[in-house]
Design a binder for this molecule. Sequence first.
Ligand code: NAP
Ligand code: SF4
Length: 677
Amino acid sequence: MTTRYTHLLKPLDLGFTKLKNRVVMGSMHTGLEDRFYNYPKLAAYFEERAKGGVGLMITGGISPNKQGWLLPVGGTMNQLGDVVPHRLVTQAVHRHGAKILLQILHAGRYGYQPFVVSASPIKSPISPFKPRQLSEKQIFSTIKDYVKTASLAKKAGYDGVEIMGSEGYLLNQFLSRHVNQRTDAWGGAIENRMRFAVEIVKAIREAIGEKFIICFRLSVIDLVHNGNTMDEVITVAKALEKAGVTLMNSGIGWHEARIPTIVTSVPRAAFVDYTAEVKKHISVPIIASNRINMPDVAEQILANGQADMVSMARPFLADPFWVSKTVTNRVDEINTCIACNQACLDHTFKNIRATCLVNPRAAYETELVYRKTKKIKRVAVVGGGVAGMSAAIVAAERGHQVTLFEAKAEVGGQFNLAKVVPGKEEFHETIRYFKVQLEKMAVDVRLNTKINREQLEREGFEDVIVATGVIPRQLNIQGSHRPEVLSYADVLNGAEVGQRVAIIGAGGIGFDVAEYLLKPPTQIQPQLIEEWKKEWGVDTHAHYDSEGGMQNIEIAPPIREIYLLQRKMTSVGAGLGKTTGWVHRAQLKKHKVQMLRGVEYQSVTNEGLWIKHAQQDQLLRVDTVVVCAGQESVNEIMPKEGENTIAHYHLIGGAKLAAELDAKRAIREGAEIAAKL
Ligand code: NAP
Ligand code: SF4
């Protein structure tokens, strides 16, 4: 079959072994790695993706010793008994011709446990535990632990290891002055700071020999104060090559960096220039990473000669068959990772199993199974938001005859609102994916159709899935019916908004609306990489001289005066996602949005919005009040308790519970109910 992704699908010969294409499934910690009884599930997770055609896979981080644990009793490989469960994984992957590396991750001071160690005894801002400084003797014993883990990985059938040297973990802590303040042979000049990483590579190569992949994940831009310059990064890369690495992977920014590196508002392939800069100075293949999620962007990076391979981690949670769909020119069938972090990294930080908002089967391959049905049923799905579409597609995939009723002229529900928010352009992809699947699964989609129960019963459906969603909650204060009071749906659908705005409600949607109103409507399209870097203070020079690749922030003055209000006394935005909330808060702060908590709403008059704040009555002189005060369920089509119906009714998504309206829950509930019909 001819393909336009020739660079992406070209094999890579590493001399002693061959990778079937240039696609790397990057390391993603699912949580299954940490418990051996979960390895059958982990093997199924990897097997599905190997079957999907990935060339090279990298496991979640496995520690070489207990000091290196990210979480208490995290996944470790340092004794023979650890090998057995890993064989399930390597055998499953090899059955489909893919290669797999075990990632050795020593968390250093990022460990959320009391045994933490680092280059210097400086606490990280993201762990409450202060690290002990590794003595020289302990450094040598840690090197031995890395070698032991690598040897055991070989025994377990891995094709190699990836040494995690970026994102602010232990080796990065040694590499950079940000943490390394030692005055011995392991600190000071870059030649000393890199000694630990280089010695580990040398020792593994010496112990295991040539026919074993050693990939090093190198921080190509630290994005922290006192981080390395590009000259220093290149010095490290060259030394690692000399020490014996087979592949170099790119790491972007430390986890504690206050510059986003993976959230959805980061433009696609934003950091590739730094990888390309390192590539000029080494001859081993280098892998690009971060915000690469679709074949066109991946192909372009390789065609431009900026990297030799591309790594994607979250995109393989979203779609295990990303590669096979690319090979067979079915790119429009790819379920795209929208970089929301809601079901993957936000789960990891809460120590719950990672999965995917757009693909609830991710890491649940053996539990959420879409079996072909033995009894074909006529199924109606009422509501074409993400909950309804998810249910319709899974039910149809299982062989049921499905009709989807949508009152509006298009499917997508709340995602149609989200997709117009700056930095949320990826939401278009999810709607595209769902639409393509509805067509592929031959779901009978009836748009502009507000169906009622009598019609459903008349048409003889056996099961009815009610996914009728929500409506925005209205404000109930004096003056709330005035024309200058708008709902978030009005605003995101294009209603005119004045220069001075008060937003009532500071949940996810309040923040979204604030971001939407920060820019003129004409500029609401994916941000250019250069402009984004200036806004966040990322050095725009590929060969940056600045420490950590940071420069002063350059930001256009705000086009509106915006207040974002909430009644609670908690800090504004405290309920947003762990890994994304800080980005939204920082974005609004930079654009001078005034965030007030503990607000009591009094009335809307022709002067503006009257509130009580800090015990005082205040007038916010605004032209528009936007209500983002949550939602109410719409579900009147559901039969009342005890009412007789022919069909079985099932309630899902926002229609079931508006208070916790959530796309992650909606899509999962749709899939789960359809899997049981
Ligand atoms: P939300 O998170 O529940 O926030 C609505 C806010 O409105 C509440 O926090 C509440 O804050 C306030 N409120 C509630 N009733 C009110 C009333 N009667 N009068 C005035 N204020 C009232 O809901 P949302 O912002 O609409 O978001 C809905 C869902 O979409 C969320 O659960 C979220 O998962 C999802 N979402 C997520 C993101 C994201 O970035 N991750 C973005 C958009 C949406 P106070 O009581 O403190 O005033
Ligand atoms: Fe991507 Fe969101 Fe799924 Fe994570 S949860 S893999 S960020 S779509």
